[in-house]
Design a protein around this ligand. Structure first.
Ligand code: IDP
Ligand code: MG
Length: 139
């Protein structure tokens, strides 16, 4: 059954460049309600677990280094059709392929450092949200 929630992270590059406010403004203006949010630095073990599906990929080590080099903003977002609509809002994984006006087109530097995460399914949205937030931190 489809749910109306997705999970996002503003990645270390977006935080380093001071883009938290602008990105959150765009997310809110696009109709997403923030139902959980925090600034947190993932450990290596956190990133290895979170991105476990990619552990055999050649970029896995680079991805873990990147995602742990500084704090991220983790958040759970609510909207009808949240997962699909948020993937549309963030744009393609590689900013070179991302549509005009998408968050990755506006704020991502490269395929590796692409500013923002969005869950790719309802099941993963629930798993990823529960990875970062306890029940007391979700509204
Ligand atoms: P997604 O974030 O759009 O769902 P995935 O294929 O799930 O993309 O990859 C997860 C993350 O791993 C990407 O957002 C990006 O940060 C990184 N990544 C993906 N492909 C590459 C690559 O070829 N080189 C370096 N980093 C990559
Ligand atoms: Mg993915």
């Amino acid at each position: 059954m489809a749910t109306n929630r997705t999970f996002t992270m503003l990645k270390p590059d977006a935080v380093e460049k001071g883009h938290i406010g602008a990105i959150l403004e765009k997310i809110s203006a696009s109709g997403f309600k923030i139902v959980a949010m925090k600034l947190i630095r993932m450990t290596k073990a956190d990133a290895q677990t979170f991105y476990g599906i990619h552990k055999e990929r050649p970029f896995f080590g680079e991805l873990v280094e990147y995602m742990t080099r500084g704090p991220i903003v983790a958040a759970i977002l609510e909207k009808d059709n949240a997962v699909e609509d948020f993937r549309t809002l963030i744009g393609a994984t590689n900013p070179a392929d991302a549509a005009e006006g998408t968050i990755r087109k506006m704020y991502a530097a490269s395929l590796g450092e692409n500013a923002i995460h969005g869950s790719d399914s309802d099941d993963n949205a629930a798993i990823e949200g529960a990875f970062h937030f306890s029940g007391r931190e979700m509204f």
